[in-house]
Design a protein. Structure first.
Length: 486
């Protein structure tokens, strides 16, 4: 229920209560006054009649006295008079002395009409101590007076109804102007502010009430401050966007510079070797056997250039994964033992597998994931110059994805490749997945393998973590979603 409606109902109910109480009290007071007046009038009339009848009784006898009473009763139609004979009927005794010759009393009896009986005793003036001759009963009908009072009450009730209707109309009209309209404006402004539209203002004047006007002014000040804060944040956001764009542009330039430097270094060195041997052959500075060896060197370095170009193409044009249900344990076993077992033996590295004897299903691109596992294993083998142990461990682990992946914390398949090599510093770990960054000796790597592996795993909804300490080896941990989804 609206406040304005409550105010109208409350004021109307309060006024109705006050007027009703006033009407009831007025009715009771009027009835009490009428009753008192009627009693007094009846007693005076009864007393006067008792004197007249007593005098007539003394002068003309009982018959003349009763005839006088009957004659007066016929003439006065407003009251009824009758004689109460003490010899045949009980005569009321008076409690109030009127004079030395008579007493009067009054009583109210109930019948179909409200009536008032007043009595005046008639005594023998010569013998006042003798029993009374009788009494005169004056009967007054009160119903007519009550009807007049009730009619007055009806008119009063009608006037009260008119007053209530006028009050309700005025209260509704004023509450709409002083309550509903200001509240509606304040609610509309609150709705706009809640939607972020801080330019809206509540235009409330003193006519709407000082309280509402003060509240509207306070809300306007709040909205203005919020608008200023929003404008400041928007400007800050635009500056930040511009700064981030400049930073991204600078990072792209740095990446392009690193890429160009890496390409120049990785391709320039083999080209210099090829150019040198080709020049030796052209100048006939080597014999036939030397020319054959130079040709072999040229072919080897040309193959290296081809490999670098293929890796660059794979890095820049990597296609999305074609996923199927794959047993990651079996895939890891093939990529490590079958493909790189002989190379590990040649480098004096012992391969140790944990958890590869149990199927570990995941939704993966088998070819791309085999490339990732091969890169991780090859990287571990090449990190141990004097041989060592390379552990490949596949298990289920609870992990929290890094920022940027729309995944919740939970259980993932974790492939850990741990070597016992020389390890890496904290600074090297921060750049390990950048293109052309490598800690290997010249000729052993291009610096693209881990970068490509990192991108492939991210395409599968996973990530790679590195944990290394100088002199104690390195562990690469690859996390991918388990089961039928990636």
């Amino acid at each position: 229920m609206r406040i304005a409606t409550k105010l109208v109902i409350g004021s109307t109910a309060g006024m109705l209560f006050v007027l009703t109480v006033h009407a009831v009290l007025t009715f009771r007071r009027e009835m009490a006054v009428i009753d008192a007046d009627q009693r007094q009038e009846g007693q005076r009339l009864a007393h006067a009649m008792s004197l007249a009848v007593g005098l007539e009784w003394d002068q003309g006898g009982k018959e003349e006295a009763l005839a006088l009473l009957s004659d007066v009763a016929r003439r006065d139609s407003d009251v009824q008079m009758r004689w109460v004979d003490s010899s045949t009927q009980r005569v009321p005794t008076g409690t109030q002395r009127v004079d030395s010759a008579a007493f009067s009393t009054s009583e109210v009896t109930g019948s179909s009409q409200d009536v008032l009986h007043s009595y005046a005793l008639v005594r023998d003036s010569a013998h006042p101590l003798e029993p009374t001759r009788g009494a005169i009963q004056i009967t007054q009908i009160l119903s007519d007076e009550k009807i007049r009072v009730q009619e007055s009450l009806k008119h009063l009730a009608f006037a009260v109804l008119i007053i209530l209707l006028i009050n309700a109309f005025l209260a509704t009209l004023l509450s709409r102007q002083w309550v509903q309209e200001p509240v509606a404006k304040l609610l509309l402004m609150a709705e706009h502010v809640g939607n972020g539209e801080f330019h809206t203002r509540a235009n409330l004047t003193r006519k709407s009430g000082r309280e509402f006007a003060d509240l509207g002014s306070a809300l306007n000040v709040m909205a203005k401050r919020l608008q200023e804060i929003q404008s400041a944040r928007e400007e800050e956001y635009q500056r930040r966007i511009a700064s981030e764009a400049q930073l991204q542009h600078a990072e792209r330039l740095i990446t392009v510079g690193k890429l160009a430097s890496g390409v120049a270094h990785e391709i320039g060195t083999p080209l210099n070797v090829i150019t040198g041997h080709a020049d030796m052959i052209r100048r006939d500075q080597v014999d036939a056997l030397g020319a054959i060896k130079s040709a072999e060197v040229i072919g080897a370095h040309a193959g290296r250039i081809t490999t670098i170009i293929k890796q660059l193409l794979g890095f820049s044009r990597r296609s999305g994964p074609q996923r199927t249900q794959v047993d990651l344990a079996d895939l890891s076993k093939q990529a490590s033992e079958a493909m790189l077992g002989a190379y590990a033996d040649k480098r004096g590295v012992t391969l140790r597998a944990d958890g590869l004897d149990k199927p570990r299903l995941a939704f993966l691109d088998a070819t791309q994931m085999q490339q990732v596992v091969s890169n991780l294993v090859m990287n571990g083998i090449q990190a141990m110059d004097a041989g060592g142990v390379l552990t490949i461990d596949l298990h289920t682990a609870k992990a929290s994805p890094p920022a940027g992946l729309a995944l919740e914390a939970g259980e993932f398949l974790c492939l850990q490749v741990t070597d016992t090599g020389k390890g890496m510093s904290k600074e090297e770990q921060q750049h390990i997945f950048e293109p052309f960054f490598t800690t290997k000796d010249v000729g052993e790597g291009t610096g693209l393998g881990l970068s490509i592996a990192y991108g492939i795993v991210r395409d599968h909804g996973g990530w790679i973590e590195v944990d290394s300490e100088l002199g104690k080896g390195t562990t690469f941990s690859m996390f991918v979603p388990r089961g039928m989804t990636a």
